[in-house]
Design a protein around this ligand. Structure first.
Ligand SMILES: Nc1ncnc2c1ncn2[C@@H]1O[C@H](COP(=O)(O)OP(=O)(O)OP(=O)(O)O)[C@@H](O)[C@H]1O
Length: 643
């Protein structure tokens, strides 16, 4: 492998970096990079990874560890690095979520955890508070001497929070009933009981990983020697637990940390995000601060509005600068007022359909955002779009699934078996096979050729199996399930699990496969042709619908936000700043057009029932005021055909 000298390195793919970004890319110290939406924070991390790998400043065999919040963000970053500097160098770029980083540590070094807290090898993962609550009430048989009815007296929210936050080891503490329960529930969850396997939540896994590193200095040392550089994406949303783990793993070591974030996009406070993560990081890691001011995403008109809002959220924020790729007048933002959500649906759908028919954009370039209850807020629009021939879908069900490697693998096999121009799928699958068999690209030509012949044979088999699918949905789903099983046997399930240990625990893998098979069968029933079915699953034909929280890190030509109303922002009075940030995230996803709707009446979910309620905007009048201050037009839509 030949490396480039740092002086001769230039950004990949023709990107030019603003001077501050170039400093950040090449820095040799801990840094906090502060930048607004569209400043290229994700791109900067990808370019920095390329710089460190291509110059060997991250010396082989050391690696870069990048930690993101969501699976798709981690996947997106990994793909960018592969694209910019090739697969071989990118194999030393490990892009993970916080949860997967902690889980990987726990799975690899489980035996290093003291017996009292060592979970079983095949522990299950509990995702909901309800599961833990059932275990607490069902398995703690011991009577508390003074509180015989504690099950009915305690607040399970507090217990759940303390299960995630109290330091290990936990001790009973006098009259504190929660500590009495915590001692017992940790024991039950970690070791399991009759009829109950070892069961952990992700915050517990994070705690155990932290505990492991604190007790095993050699593991900690190995970790630091593995990762010469660590990236922390979306640092504004780091929780106390996550930051503790980062500190335990890397504080006082030679690993160089780069955190990127934007305080105006801090929208995870409800999930425990630290309110002063930037200050803590700078102080603990003696980190420098670099600010980026260019906005590469949005048109000038939208940046103007973002700047007004940014100043309200943080009066010290620097105005973002417009990128030269947009013309001066470009960008549009309006508020649309309606009498009913039905009028809203017809107008919004017609607007979208007209633009798609005009050839301006594809369904995938538009995003419909809501604050909450996407099934309810977007129901009428989905129906109306359907009537006008455009499919819209709630993205939540697909986002995480499609980011999974095993799901991508199935899709690659189906593409190879049914479509033309599948070069990338071929490369991905043959590379994976080479990797899982432990072959060397340079030395094992013959063996690799052998695998490729086998791959070709298996693809032909998949092709003929897919040609004989039944039109009966149930039979079709069953057969697709068998074909998928055949794909994993061909690869070698054990080998795959060794490559992706996350799939080897509990029922996670089986659930992913079941969901994918169901989606494939449903899509095939609709199109009876695989090219369209796969495009449909990938969402290429659909207008995506999601909550603002799910839209973090994404961008679309046009954003339509449904329901700028008090009901949607019901927390505005109590958490004004967080809601302002949420609004800011919505506004800043758009590249050229952004619309907000208000409807005098709307369907919402109240106490489990769908009710049509009169809407107001009194509580969020300051949001309307800021749009007014930024000269955003408010249109009363009385004629729904007046697009
Ligand atoms: N140096 C650059 N030159 C031109 N375009 C860029 C540059 N950096 C990033 N971009 C483009 O700008 C857009 C926004 O980049 P990116 O997603 O990295 O921003 P971000 O700061 O992570 O945004 P956000 O915080 O809003 O999610 C992308 O389309 C990206 O390709």
């Amino acid at each position: 492998m030949s490396y480039i000298s740092p002086e001769n390195w230039s950004p990949a793919d023709g990107f030019t970096l603003e001077p501050a970004a170039e400093i950040a890319v090449k820095a040799e110290m801990n840094n906090l990079i502060l930048a607004g939406p569209g400043a290229g924070k994700t791109e900067l991390l990808a370019q920095r990874a390329c710089y460190l790998l291509q110059t060997n400043l991250c010396p082989s065999p050391q690696k870069i560890l990048a930690i993101s919040f969501k699976t798709d963000a981690a996947e997106n970053l990994k793909k960018r690095v592969e694209l910019r500097c090739g697969k071989e160098l990118a194999s030393r770029f490990e892009s993970r979520t916080f949860d997967s980083f902690a889980k990987q540590l726990l799975d690899r070094f489980r035996l290093g955890i003291p017996e009292a807290y060592r979970p079983g090898k095949d522990y299950n993962i509990a995702f909901s508070q309800r599961e833990i609550q059932d275990i607490v009430t069902g398995y703690i048989k011991e009577r508390h001497p003074n509180r015989p009815n504690w099950q009915y007296e305690i607040n399970f929210n507090i217990l759940f929070r303390r299960l995630s936050e109290d330091r290990l080891p936990v001790f009973e503490n006098g009259e504190d009933i929660y500590s009495w329960i915590l001692v017992r529930i940790w024991d039950i969850l970690v070791h399991g009981r009759e009829g109950l396997s070892s069961t952990l939540t992700f915050p517990m896994i994070s705690k155990l990983a932290d505990y492991l590193l604190q007790h095993n200095l050699l593991i900690k040392k190995a970790l630091q020697m593995t990762y010469s550089h660590v990236f922390l994406d979306e640092f504004q949303d780091t929780t106390y637990l996550q930051y503790e783990l980062v500190k335990t793993a890397f504080l006082g070591t030679s690993s160089i940390l780069t955190s990127v974030g934007d305080d105006k996009q801090r929208i995870m406070g409800w999930a425990g995000a630290l309110s002063d993560s930037f200050e803590q990081f700078k102080c603990d890691f003696n980190a420098g601060q670099i600010e980026l001011t260019q906005n590469h995403r949005s048109a000038p008109r939208l940046i103007e509005i973002q700047n007004v809002l940014a100043k309200i959220i943080n009066e010290n924020s620097t105005d973002a600068r417009v990128s030269s790729s947009h013309s001066e007048q470009e960008g549009k933002c309006e508020v649309w007022n309606f009498q009913t959500h039905i009028d809203e649906a017809i107008f919004v759908a017609s607007n979208i359909v007209k633009r798609i028919q005009h050839g301006d954009i594809t369904p995938r370039d538009i995003c419909i955002l809501v604050k909450q209850q996407e099934q309810i807020y977007a129901r009428a629009v989905i129906e109306e779009l359907g009537r006008q021939g455009i499919h819209a879908r709630i993205e939540k069900e697909y986002q995480d699934l499609l980011a999974e490697e095993c799901v991508q693998l199935i899709i690659d096999f189906f593409k190879l078996a049914t479509m033309e121009k599948t070069h990338e799928s071929w490369l991905r699958v043959s590379e994976l096979l080479t990797y899982v068999h432990g072959y060397d690209l340079e030395l094992d030509h013959k063996k690799i050729l052998g695998i490729e012949l086998e791959l070709n044979k298996h693809i032909s088999q998949v092709k003929s199996d897919l040609n004989e699918l039944s039109t009966d949905l149930e039979l079709c789903e069953q057969r697709i399930g068998e074909i998928v099983e055949g794909i994993f046997s061909f690869i070698g399930i054990e080998k795959l699990f060794r490559l992706y240990p996350k799939y080897s625990k509990g029922s996670y893998f089986n659930k992913l496969i079941k969901d994918t098979v169901k989606k494939l069968a449903n899509a095939y029933e609709k199109y009876l042709d695989w090219s369209n079915s796969i495009a449909d699953i990938l969402g290429l034909f659909s207008v995506p619908i999601m909550t603002i929280h799910k839209s973090k890190g994404l961008e679309y030509d046009t954003v339509i936000f449904l329901g700028l109303e008090d009901d949607a922002f019901w927390t505005f009075r109590t958490q004004r700043l967080a809601d302002m940030c949420t609004f800011f995230v919505a506004l800043s996803r758009a590249k050229t057009q952004c619309f907000f709707t208000f409807s005098n009446s709307r369907e919402t979910l109240r106490y489990g029932d769908i009710q049509v309620r009169t809407q107001s905007s009194v509580n969020i009048s300051s949001l309307y005021q800021l749009l007014k201050d930024a000269n955003v037009d408010v249109r009363e839509i009385t004629d729904i055909n007046d697009i």
